[in-house]
Design a protein around this ligand. Structure first.
Ligand SMILES: C[S@@+](CC[C@H](N)C(=O)[O-])C[C@H]1O[C@@H](n2cnc3c(N)ncnc32)[C@H](O)[C@@H]1O
Length: 292
């Protein structure tokens, strides 16, 4: 039992707390986003630039889409995504060159990573994503509360526009990670997955499938909760609370999950912070490289 003196309207009172209460409150703070952690209602606008008529025509098409990734399409046109990963590139353990390699980007969204792999010279890049938001793992109660329009939203519009604008040699495959297999897509020299596990009801199934298509190594980067004890393998269940987060994962649990996916060697490469574009970085990531 610990005690603290609190002042109620000038009257000082000693309050006794059971051991561990402070830690539990801090842990809850990590799970429930505070004001600074909540994302803005809209992605922040980017600074306006003077564009040529061709670039302006592309910008007009960009402006009709809601973006997750901030991607530079050249000639001053940049997609206004929630996340700008460009300043964080060096924190991910990517080889400088990928010449000759067959690379898979799991859960590609607008394709920031897939286009980066093509830029680094990969011989073949396959980018995988679900077909529509109807396939997002979501607790039935929350599903019933959602506007049906949300589920009819097809993925890939931003990806296709970027692919065309960049002239990138990247193949988009509509495939749920739960159905990923060597029979379906073959094996890859490098498999990359980032920011997916916390959104899945069954992250271990996804990791098993990722290991099954890896013939070289996999780079697995995901969000962990720094408020959960680092060495303990804890996962706090978040399903049914927000529409797309199922787990708040301790670092120790994330590391063990990668080990248990079926890789023979796993190395932690980096721990770092990212965040919504233009806001204080608040999302702790761990990036692993794992070999079969
Ligand atoms: C948070 S975004 C991460 C995007 C990208 N991987 C990154 O790190 O910037 C989650 C992505 O996972 C995709 N996704 C969600 N559930 C999936 C599933 N079961 N199989 C494949 N992709 C899924 C979403 O459509 C979206 O593209």
């Amino acid at each position: 039992m610990s005690s603290r003196k609190l002042n109620f309207g000038g009257v000082e009172v000693a309050v006794f707390f059971p051991e561990g209460l402070g830690r539990r409150i801090r842990t809850l703070g990590g799970i429930l986003p505070n004001r600074a952690q909540r994302h803005p209602d809209h992605a922040l606008p980017l600074q306006k630039r003077d564009l040529t008529p061709e670039a302006q025509a592309l910008q007009d098409r960009v402006d009709r889409i809601e973006w997750y990734h901030t991607i530079d399409l050249g000639n001053g046109v940049v997609t206004p995504g929630w996340f700008d990963l460009r300043p964080h590139l060096s924190q991910y353990p990517l080889p400088a060159r990928l010449d000759g390699l067959r690379v898979l980007d799991v859960a590609t969204f607008d394709g920031f990573w897939a286009f980066e792999f093509a830029r680094r010279g990969a011989a073949e890049v396959v980018a995988l994503d679900i077909d529509s938001f109807a396939e997002v793992d979501m607790a039935p109660r929350l599903r019933r509360l959602k506007d049906p329009e949300y589920f009819s939203r097809q993925t890939g519009e931003g990806f296709r526009l970027c692919q065309q604008a960049l002239g990138a040699n990247v193949r988009r495959e509509v495939l749920n990670v739960y159905d990923l297999s060597p029979e379906r897509l073959g094996k890859f020299d490098l498999v990359f997955v980032s920011d997916l596990l916390l959104h899945l009801m069954n992250p271990m199934k996804a990791l098993n499938n990722i290991a099954s298509v890896t013939r070289g190594s996999a780079i697995i980067a995901d969000v962990y909760d720094p408020h959960l004890p680092e060495r303990e393998r804890l996962m706090s269940y978040q399903g049914g609370v927000t529409h797309n987060i199922w787990w708040s994962i301790s670092y120790g649990a994330l590391e063990q999950m990668v080990h248990d996916a079926g890789f023979s060697r796993v190395e932690l490469k980096n721990k770092f912070l990212t965040g919504y574009r233009g806001m204080k970085p608040i999302l702790w990531h761990a990036a692993f490289q794992a070999w079969v």
